[in-house]
Design a protein around this ligand. Structure first.
Ligand code: ADP
Ligand code: ZN
Length: 752
């Protein structure tokens, strides 16, 4: 009798499977989807069984035997294995790499080290120093300690020591000296403390669904296996309640399981809390703060069926739940659902495929659906459900436009002009009103740092040595930082190009607004939330919890503050500069701007006190701004869709971005030309289904020392694009020199 052979996917950048023999002793443990330890070259590797093999690929060679099969039940159930194969095909990515990306890291290794709970040293403020005078006196001869203390404050009062030392470039001695003064203390904390375990779930709100909510819930419950719904509900229309009622039915009445995807778990603790309030222990929260061991445990609990709801960011779409009944994709338009590295999948699309394989329903929820999903709902591919009103008789907030071009006359004193460029008189007055009434305000500025860039009087901008991008000026600690590669350098007083002095900072960032707020509203409690204040693992949650407890009067932040927040005492939202991002060289720039403005506006007036929004802009006539002011999604779609027809962009057709990069500028340009020629010669085979734009330098020509060129493919037929790219990625000869690399991004969220 010949040995039983199986095809195994290994995590290698090769478009092929490998054939192994199954020893008798492992016969029952080896089935499609099981993990297997196999010999590969001179080592062992962890692979996934794809299925039985004919042994064709072996030729004359003899199959090596599988060494071990550690799973009691396959790591990939049939639906997930099918999803993996679909991803490998659609995103033209080796199936072994795709499957590995879908497993917790601890399961991808041939040998699993049991991850122990580690601790690390954390510095924590133990005494606040309230007045400037106290501060000056205490830190009179200790500017470094002061900088450390203030950095710690800006990070929410607590941060790992190692992180602080790195950020400030100071020594351990400064930390010790500060602790000795008694204003801060060093404590040991477990690295993997999971706040969702210690967070008390709030009692479930008992609300009666509105008529629109009831209709949506009924339609979802009656949904067919594999059906996709687009739930278009304005901000505050009660989408979460609809999700919860669907899940209640899926779990309790049908005994099935569910996945809830959120754009970023750290930013949406409230949404997670609401699910936990209803479903308690049945919920596994998968988030990036989990240690390897915790992640593994959560995965196992889901696989065993001990937990039946997985909530998480995009990779939760791979949660190993059997008997899946529903997948929710909340805020489906968010670009965080797209994975930035290979396999560059979009979790929304993967969710739809998985639901089809598992016989589940999918709900894509948003106040501002992506144009792709909107078009699909209109063509009948998805079913559209609408929640057109705010719940409980609430109204959408009034949105006011402040045209920054008219804020000050040309003869106003320079100081007034500088102030009014950031904080217009109407917005400042509105903030004062909120403070007087004890209500809260949110201020959005989608740019971190202090100033956007630094320039000399002749216009030479200080740029990153590794990237084709200007450096951003940061304070506390003072540095110029590249937001692409983290390169940091001190600010110099002279221009490196021409030696001129008088370097000027241009373009405002959140740090600058924070300083201004502290000056203009000395008694207000201001918190800043951006990448720089949230590097601690639970910093987001801590800041948002403080807002929820009423300990923050003004929350200032980047797009982080625009998502799912639901604070009834927030009655004012201000957008400091609506124009950031509006002119990016990307076909989605208007859509992004409209979504961001609509989302942040939707944070105002979610309670009985109502709300008001001020949008500061220099382009008040831009349709992204005009439609956000009117809360008018349909009008936005009406204006944006035709703009995507000529030149054609999604959703008119499908896009793929082929980026060639390497360390040698000319070689990259040449290689991009060869790639374009190679592709161009094969287009005829597909009729008119695929066309090609480029080659051209990418909008950001260099990142981390690598030059970047791209070729953009536009396709009217998905299959044609798959075929062409598969041929290209397996057959195009990439020069071996200059660290040349090709990346393929299908359905890119941006072309930068
Ligand atoms: P969305 O996600 O659509 O912006 P949420 O689901 O956050 O809206 O709901 C907004 C608020 O309204 C929440 O505080 C929620 O508890 C409350 N809510 C939801 N449905 C109802 C209802 N039918 N009646 C009263 N309040 C409701
Ligand atoms: Zn850089």
């Amino acid at each position: 009798m010949t040995a039983r052979l199986v095809d195994v996917a290994l995590p290698l950048p090769l478009f092929r499977a490998f054939t192994y023999a199954v020893p008798d002793g492992l016969r029952h443990a080896v089935m499609p989807g099981s993990r297997v330890v196999v010999p590969f070259r001179n080592r062992t590797a962890m692979g996934i069984v794809l299925g039985e093999s004919t042994g064709e690929s072996l030729g004359d060679a003899e199959a090596k035997p599988v060494i071990n099969a550690p799973d009691e039940r396959p790591a990939f159930q049939p639906d997930l294995l099918a999803v993996g194969r679909w991803m490998a095909d659609y995103y033209v990515s080796p199936v072994g790499m795709v499957l590995r990306a879908a497993l917790p890291a601890a399961m991808g290794r041939a040998r699993r080290a049991d991850p122990a709970v580690k601790t690390h040293r954390v510095l924590r403020v133990v005494q606040s120093i309230d007045t400037l005078m106290q501060r000056d006196a205490l830190f009179k001869r200790a500017p470094q300690q002061r900088a450390l203390y203030e950095l710690l404050e800006s990070l929410g009062g607590q941060s790992p020591v190692a992180h602080l030392i790195e950020r400030l470039g100071c020594t351990e001695g400064v930390v010790q000296a500060l602790a000795k003064r008694g204003v801060a203390a060093v404590v040991n904390e477990p690295v993997d403390r999971d706040p969702f375990l210690s967070r008390a779930a709030p009692p479930p709100a008992s609300v009666t669904p509105s008529a629109a909510q009831r209709d949506a819930i009924a339609a979802l419950i009656a949904g067919a296996a594999g059906e996709t719904f687009l739930l278009h509900g304005i901000t505050g229309s009660g989408k979460t309640l609809v999700y919860i009622e669907l899940l209640r039915h899926v779990l309790n009445d049908r005994g099935r399981s569910a996945i809830v995807l959120v754009p970023e778990i750290a930013l949406t603790p409230q949404t997670v809390d609401r699910f936990r309030a209803v479903f308690g222990d049945q919920v596994a929260v998968l988030h990036s703060g989990l240690g390897e061991g915790e992640r593994y445990d959560a995965w196992r609990a889901l696989q065993r069926g001990d937990k039946r709801i997985a909530i998480g960011a995009r990779s939760a779409v791979f949660a190993p739940l059997a008997n899946l009944g529903a997948i929710i994709v909340d805020e489906e338009h968010e670009s965080t659902y797209k994975q930035g590295e290979a396999p560059r999948y979009h979790a929304r699309e993967v969710a739809i495929v998985r639901a089809r394989e598992a016989g589940a329903v999918v709900v894509l929820g948003s106040a501002t659906p992506s144009l792709e999903s909107w078009t699909n709902a209109h063509s009948g591919k998805y079913r559209l459900l609408s929640l057109p009103d705010r719940v409980g008789g609430g109204a959408l907030p009034k949105v006011n436009i402040v045209d920054l071009r008219n804020e000050t006359g040309p003869n106003a004193p320079a100081a007034v002009q500088a102030l009014r460029r950031i904080l217009s008189a109407p917005l400042e007055a509105a903030l004062h009103e909120r403070l007087a009434r004890g209500e809260q305000s949110l201020l959005l500025l989608n740019r971190r740092g202090f100033a956007n860039f630094v320039t000399c009087p002749d216009g030479h901008v200080v740029a990153c040595p590794n990237c084709a991008i200007s450096l951003t000026y940061h304070r506390a600690p003072e540095r110029l930082i590249c937001h692409y590669c983290q390169h940091a350098e001190p600010l110099e007083s002279k221009c490196r190009e021409c030696g001129a002095e008088n370097m000027k900072q241009r373009g405002i960032g959140t740090q600058q607004v924070e300083r201004l707020l502290n000056e203009r509203f000395p008694s207000a409690r201001v918190s800043r939330m951006d990448v720089d204040t949230t590097s601690g693992k639970w910093a987001h949650t801590e800041i948002l919890d403080r807002v929820g407890r009423g300990e923050v009067d003004i929350l200032l932040g980047t797009q982080m503050i625009a998502k799912g927040l639901d604070f009834p005492n927030v009655t004012l939202v201000g957008v400091i500069d609506a124009d950031i991002g509006i002119n990016l060289p990307d076909f989605r720039a208007s859509e992004r701007t409209f979504q961001l403005l609509s989302q942040v506006a939707g944070r105002a007036g979610r309670g009985p006190k109502g709300g008001e929004v001020f949008i500061q802009t220099r382009t008040p006539a831009h349709h992204a701004v005009v439609c956000a002011v009117g809360h008018d999604y349909l009008r936005f779609v009406g204006e944006e869709l035709p703009a995507r027809e000529s030149p054609p962009y999604p959703p008119t057709l499908r896009l793929a971005n082929v980026v060639i990069s390497g360390v040698h500028e000319v070689a990259v340009a040449e290689c991009a030309q060869q790639a374009a020629d190679w592709l161009g010669q094969r287009l005829d085979a597909f009729g008119d289904a695929v066309s090609l734009v480029g080659p051209a330098p990418c909008p950001i020509e260099r990142i981390k020392g690598r030059w970047r060129w791209h070729v953009v493919l536009k396709a009217t037929r998905a299959g044609a694009l798959t075929q062409l790219m598969r041929a290209f990625l397996t057959r195009f000869d990439l020069p071996a020199a200059h660290e040349m690399r090709v990346t393929f991004d299908r359905d890119p969220v941006a072309l930068l």
